[in-house]
Design a protein around this ligand. Structure first.
Ligand SMILES: CC(C)(COP(=O)(O)OP(=O)(O)OC[C@H]1O[C@@H](n2cnc3c(N)ncnc32)[C@H](O)[C@@H]1OP(=O)(O)O)[C@@H](O)C(=O)NCCC(=O)NCCS
Length: 173
């Protein structure tokens, strides 16, 4: 069952995120890794900043979460995490498709440049990597992340982004 996460889910969300984020250890730059990867206060802060989390529940427990954040012209998919033991079972795809169904706006997704599995996951779902200059411009415009994370991240976009930018003469702000 796909459902919106509530305050009551915070503990479970925290557990899923920090279990799934173990995948980053030794992969993302050491100075960006911490354990827990996302402290509870940071998760709460992200929700206060307007990220709405959805989750998939199996037998009464959340097994994956994914956030969506409306940023005006575009929508961002943020913090996609599936429990390590439930990975590669289509949960991430189901969540992504559900969030995609909630908007007609262009969708952008940022992830670590070294997280090749995540990039492949999004590419299989129809997203494509943006150029370095566009990536840095968009990360600075729509995300609120430190400069060090900007230079170690990539941005992927869905075809709606491409269509909107072509229609706007490549100058959509
Ligand atoms: C990235 C992530 C969210 C994807 O979630 P997931 O549930 O594992 O994704 P899916 O199972 O839908 O798809 C993953 C793979 O399983 C395959 N798959 C999809 N449905 C499947 C199914 N029903 N049965 C078996 N395999 C399936 C897909 O082909 C996909 O392969 P690909 O990655 O080579 O494209 C998850 O791997 C994760 O939490 N990773 C660690 C954290 C992370 O990197 N997050 C991204 C942050 S932006």
């Amino acid at each position: 069952m796909i459902r919106k996460c509530t305050k009551d889910d915070l503990t479970m969300m925290y557990a899923i995120i920090n279990d799934a984020a173990q995948a980053y250890e030794g992969v993302i730059p050491d100075d960006r890794w911490q354990d827990p990867y996302m402290p509870l206060d940071e998760l709460k802060h992200e929700i206060e900043e307007g990220i709405v989390f959805w989750g998939i529940e199996e037998d009464g427990n959340l097994v994956g979460v994914m956030g969506i954040q409306d940023r005006g012209n575009v929508v961002l998919i943020r913090h996609a995490y599936v429990q390590t033991k439930r990975r590669n079972n289509g949960i991430g795809t189901q969540l992504l498709q559900h969030l995609e169904g909630m908007t007609k706006k262009p969708i952008l997704i940022g992830t670590w440049a070294n997280a090749t599995w995540a990039i492949r996951f999004y590419e299989r779902n129809g997203y494509y990597l943006l150029s370095r200059s566009e990536t840095e411009r968009l990360l600075q415009q729509y995300w609120n992340i430190p400069e060090r994370q900007v230079v170690t991240s990539v941005v992927l976009a869905n075809p709606t982004w491409g269509a909107a930018n072509t229609a706007a003469g490549g100058n959509m702000q």
